[in-house]
Design a protein around this ligand. Structure first.
Ligand code: GCV
Length: 711
């Protein structure tokens, strides 16, 4: 059978007719109609989605209109919106809070009904998507009983979208937000964006780049923002904006943005009042301050908490929050960049207002393919810390390379901070349970653009999906999430799913091996970060590669033990001790923490140099394996998407070789050691790799392109 070509627009919400006839027949018996009296816009959206989903999955022959017999009904409601749900007296609802849901098959005399219940309309919406997911992934409905609630409160996307339509580190086209035509033209795509977010439990979005433009806070733009918020509202997606710290000067006519200046505070108060006037359910601000050239309180001799608290004060009467980013480091400070956020922020623990949160990247440097967890987690118990991850693959081959990120996200979430004994994992810091915080959240820099398939690579949407699912429940396994996504996005063919899961899971380690094995880091080409640049030097040190790998004829790696920058001391024992000792430091982190001789003996018995070369080769081989795996799946999915993936895998293989050869020839130039057997000889010499220049690489707005000293 030839499968109809698809373009990926529908993401995981395809709702194609279930092809397995037996299963279809059994679902059709178990799911016969809908009993749903929508009372709110969110309930109306949930009902429409349920009808749409059932129409597609079970066939449009049924009208889904409530029937006299209850048997097979999908009964949806909250105890307050539905008398019927109220009479069921579902005790489980006590544990699902205001966003969770209960789904169960419920026997009533001779009838069995499907119940989707929640305490709020939002919970109901999530329950509907979860119910549809069960059908989409061919789960049995027999004995169904699901009680689910999100583990963190704010589950947020961060768009690094600029007002000119470009996206910083965006590799899937231009911004979705058509600021020029807003608020009058409302693209239907905005609704589909909100549906996709809601389907995985995301409840907040930051529309604008953290390298912020103050214009977004002017009245004409606020009306555009409000128009988007109106589309998102029925899907429970709340809108946030980035606030440029110097906005009072740039659009307010003030001569200072000093957070302790009364006029500045008053300006922000008025600005926030105006925003809530236009957009009553505005979520609040996300702020990047005193980082990479952005303005902030340090410009006036103040501290981060001064800035965050001023904004939090302005937002507080409206129920808004201020999210202050912890991605702070300074060009003029000599201290290891790894340590700077801790140095600046830990002393301020306990000084932030109640409606302020700190947003902390997963690792201390910058979204590398592998980083140790950020040492701020576990070091600021009095402040709610959000986790920030990056879905867009700035350092992972952009939307060209197939890299499934759930294992990376989970590596951080499961990392033990030991701040309160063993088991004090990052996830428990982030969900607030460890330190008793009521507010909690996760944020992710999106990979969404206006490409027809949203995220560029046909597999890149898996990372949007995985992030949402993990923000809801970080205990889900990477495999389970991949399984769901593959079934909904491509096919329920068991062989296809099983094979493709393995390919996805292995892809993360593959990219680590061909880009930065053994803990090498920040060895990317300058500015755009596409491809290798281990030779990058001559700009501010913490934006170079040589600062991080410190290679010379004898050795390589960043000494972060007590003999070096002592960044290891930011971690708690026993992890600190494990890292500090070269013999116990996990080998995949070795060069993050140790400066070791090229002849250092690895656990394999090989020298570090040989091991590094072989790992680069393994990375290339892994991509070749992915290509073979994918080839074995030809015919299992439509040709268009199959070919898109196989073409990109071809590019990925070529670029994995580029990484291997560029890095091996570069590091070899320090010591001249031979390349070990089993590693293919580099195709070109080092000069060749150093001379490669890429122009107009996506994701780097024109204003930054080619700027000397760009990171
Ligand atoms: C939005 C990295 C990226 C920058 C990004 C910054 C941040 O440095 O390269 O493009 O700026 O992180 O997270 O603020």
């Amino acid at each position: 059978m030839v499968l109809k070509n698809e373009d990926g627009y529908e993401l995981w919400l395809r709702y194609n007719l279930i092809e397995d006839e037996e299963l279809l027949a059994s679902y059709r018996q178990q799911v016969t109609h809908i009993k749903f009296n929508a009372n709110t816009p969110i309930e109306a959206a949930a009902q429409a989605e349920l009808e749409r989903g059932l129409d597609g999955l079970l066939g449009p022959e049924q009208d889904w209109i409530e029937k006299p017999s209850l048997n097979g009904a999908v009964v949806c409601g909250t105890p307050t919106s539905s008398g019927f749900i109220d009479t069921l007296d579902l005790k489980e609802l006590a544990s699902v809070g205001d966003e969770g849901y209960v789904i169960k098959r419920h026997k009533m005399d001779v009838h069995t009904i499907n119940v989707i219940a929640a305490n709020t309309d939002k919970g109901l919406l999530y329950g509907v998507f979860a119910f549809l997911r069960l059908l989409q992934t061919h789960q049995s409905l027999d004995g169904l009983h699901i009680v689910s609630a999100p583990k963190v409160k704010l589950r947020m996307l961060n768009h690094w979208d600029n007002l000119d339509g470009t996206i910083e580190r965006g590799f899937a086209g231009h911004s979705l937000w058509d600021w020029h035509k807003l608020p009058h033209f409302i693209s239907p795509r905005y609704t589909d964006y909100a549906r996709a977010c809601a389907s995985i439990g995301l409840n907040a979005t930051v529309l604008t780049n953290v390298n912020a433009n103050a214009l977004i806070l002017t009245e004409p733009y606020l009306h555009k923002v409000a128009a988007l918020a109106e589309v998102f509202r029925p899907y429970g997606v709340q809108v946030f904006l980035t606030a440029r710290f110097s906005a009072p000067m740039e659009i307010g006519g003030l001569s200072t943005a000093d957070p302790l200046d009364a006029d500045v505070a008053a300006w922000w108060k008025d600005k926030v009042d105006q925003i809530y006037n236009i957009l009553p359910d505005f979520g609040g601000f996300v702020v990047k301050a005193n980082s990479e050239g952005q303005p902030g309180p340090h410009d006036y001799g103040r501290i981060h908490a001064d800035g965050a608290n001023m904004l939090a004060d302005a937002l507080e009467p409206h129920g808004g929050i201020c999210i202050w980013r912890a991605f702070v480091y300074d060009a003029d400070v000599k201290e290891d960049r790894f340590k700077q956020a801790n140095s600046q922020l830990v002393p301020q623990d306990g000084t932030f207002k109640k409606n302020a949160l700190l947003q902390v990247k997963n690792g201390p440097i910058d979204f590398q393919p592998r980083e140790p967890h950020h040492p701020l987690f576990g070091a600021m118990p009095k402040t709610p810390l959000m986790l920030e991850v990056q879905i867009t693959q700035e350092y992972l081959g952009f939307a060209t390379h197939l890299v499934y990120l759930a294992p990376l996200f989970k590596e951080t979430l499961n990392a033990d901070t030991y701040c309160d004994g063993a088991g004090s994992i990052v996830a428990r810091v982030v969900d607030g349970s460890l330190d008793g915080h009521d507010m909690s959240g996760m944020a992710a820099v999106t990979n969404i653009g206006d490409d027809r398939n949203w995220c560029g690579h046909p597999f890149a949407a898996a990372n949007w999906y995985a992030y949402g699912r993990l923000a809801w429940d970080y205990e889900l396994s990477s495999e389970q999430i991949a399984d769901e996504w593959l079934r909904m996005t491509f096919s329920n063919d068991e062989q296809f799913v099983k094979t493709a899961i393995k390919m996805m899971i292995d892809s993360r380690e593959a990219v680590v091996k061909y880009m930065m094995p053994l803990g090498l880091h920040h060895i990317f080409e300058v500015g755009h970060h596409y491809g290798p640049g281990p030779w990058v030097d001559g700009i501010r040190p913490d934006w170079t590669a040589v600062y991080y790998h410190q290679a010379d004829a004898e050795s390589v790696g960043f000494d972060r033990t007590a003999t070096g920058s002592d960044a290891v001391s930011l971690y708690n024992p026993p992890y600190r001790d494990q890292l500090a000792n070269v013999d116990s430091c996990p080998e995949n982190m070795l060069l993050w923490f140790h400066h070791v001789p090229w002849d250092y003996r690895m656990k394999s018995g090989r020298t570090l140099w040989d091991e590094m070369c072989l790992m680069y080769q393994e990375g290339v081989d892994d991509v070749r394996q992915m290509q073979q795996t994918w080839q074995s799946l030809e015919g299992k999915i439509d040709t268009a998407r199959y070919k898109h993936v196989s073409d990109l895998l071809m590019v990925q293989e070529r670029e994995a070789r580029w990484w291997r050869d560029a890095c091996i020839t570069y590091f070899q130039s320090f010591h001249g050691k031979p390349i070990p057997d089993g590693v293919e000889p580099p195709e070109h010499d080092l000069d060749y790799y150093r001379s490669i220049v890429h122009y107009y690489v996506p994701g780097i707005p024109e204003r930054r392109f080619g700027k000397i000293g760009s990171n």
